[in-house]
Design a protein around this ligand. Sequence first.
Ligand code: ARE
Ligand code: CA
Length: 500
Amino acid sequence: QHAPNTADNKQAIVHLFEWRWADIAAECETFLGPYGFGGVQVSPPNENRVIAIPYRPWWERYQPISYHLNTRSGNDEDFRDMVHRCNQQGVRIYADVVINHMCGFGGSGHGTGGSYFNAENLDFPAVPYGSNDFNNCSTCGTSDCKVQSYDDVNQIRNCRLVSMLDLNHSSDYVRGKIADYMNYLTSIGVAGFRVDAAKHMWPGDLAAIFGRLSDLNTAYFPSGSRPFIAMEVIDLGGVISSSEYIHMGRITEFRYGKQIGQIFRKQYGQTLAYLQYIGENWDKESDNNVLVFVDNHDTQRSHGAGGESILTFRDSKLYKMANAFMLAFPYGFVRMMSSYYWDQWWELQSWGLKDSNDWIGPPADGSGNTMGVSINNKGNCRNGWICEHRWRQNRNMVMFRNVAAGHGMFNWWDNGYHQIAFSRGDRAFIAINNEGLWALDATLQTGLSSGDYCDVISGDLSNGGCTGKTITVGGDGRTHIYIAGDDEVPMIAIHAGSKV
Ligand code: ARE
Ligand code: CA
């Protein structure tokens, strides 16, 4: 379904990419709950192939070996503990489910949970799946069984995505195994799924699998609640359209992050003024059908789509501005990215520059065990974890979005170029200045009731005072906004919950 099953109608989630379950549980209790986050997308919880060359890349988790919950993030017990503790805080867990395929062809060994597999014979006894459960080269039709052309629907769906053994979802048995796995997750208390590589599965097969899903666990959700579904369909035009999937749930709207990146980077003559029309009024799927994000774990390392336009933590100023816009504007269900750091190594390939370190896995010890997230007394993450979601500007805009929920966009203002402002009914107001040189200096309608408001970009409301700028709104709802062009983070955001 399209509704995310968040508690208290909360409006945004965060992808804690590669985090351990124990760390996520603690984060729900100490941070995500108190700051109004609706949920967490977690890395695939099921057992995966252990890749040694390169050494323990992040992408090994997209190569399933079984549906046992045993990975570098933790085991079954850790996962259950996390789901329970997060739900107790009103923070939902969304599992990334890799159901299009098993691991890459060739070789044999043991997965992260110790299960044996043979990827030469297509044997995964811990499920069990055998060679009959996979698409064969004749249903696919290419010489090496791999997807070779993204112009051929049959290849995309029946061939191996970068060599990974492609499950035959027309089989009742395969559908049953996948549904059992997903039902096991919801029985624990998971609220929904990010469905990996949905583009590579036939919509009819997915509908049959989703039709077998149980209602959510009534210990945490009203009876009859259905799992939230967000399908990974990269649709930048091409033979497969996101519209084939939206009757079943939301799709990941990749055009959004690409366009947001282009606009904030001022590429191709684009300006912030255009943002007024972003969403269904432009070329995208409608509000209720999309999951939106500035970057994700693929696009931040050029694996998915969007190329060099994508904004990430490496461009922190623009990234904060893009996230703030996304969280302020009423379009889509919002997902924030939370990353770990790696050193890039750019090398020239025939098609252009490539980061040859894009495979590097999460911070780990010498034996490849993922390291815990440590947090200093200022609330910032250390030892390689970036924690964009903890940056004040990002974190406070989550509350802005919650406070503004249900209110449309009003009082749009722009200078024709890179300065914009708008309100969300009488609940919230934001102004962004991406001119660089020129100040934003204008008297604007905020839609808010008169009073003093704490700007949640430059500070926090604390003990009735504001640690940042205070903005005074007059009886007519107007205020004078001044944002210097070279401000550290050139934005102002105030809302009904930030009244001093
Ligand atoms: C790895 C190695 C391969 C090796 C393979 C098997 O990199 O060289 O052959 O293992 O041994 C991730 C990584 C892959 C990795 C894989 C498995 O990105 O590099 O392969 O894990 O370990 C397409 C798909 C889309 C997919 C993107 C990345 O349509 O579904 O490619 N995204 C998801 C995940 C990824 C994950 C997988 C799927 C696989 O988010 O993290 O892969 O489970 C156009 C098309 C898009 C296409 C895009 C990029 O825009 O329209 O459809 O996306 O190009 O090719
Ligand atoms: Ca497939």
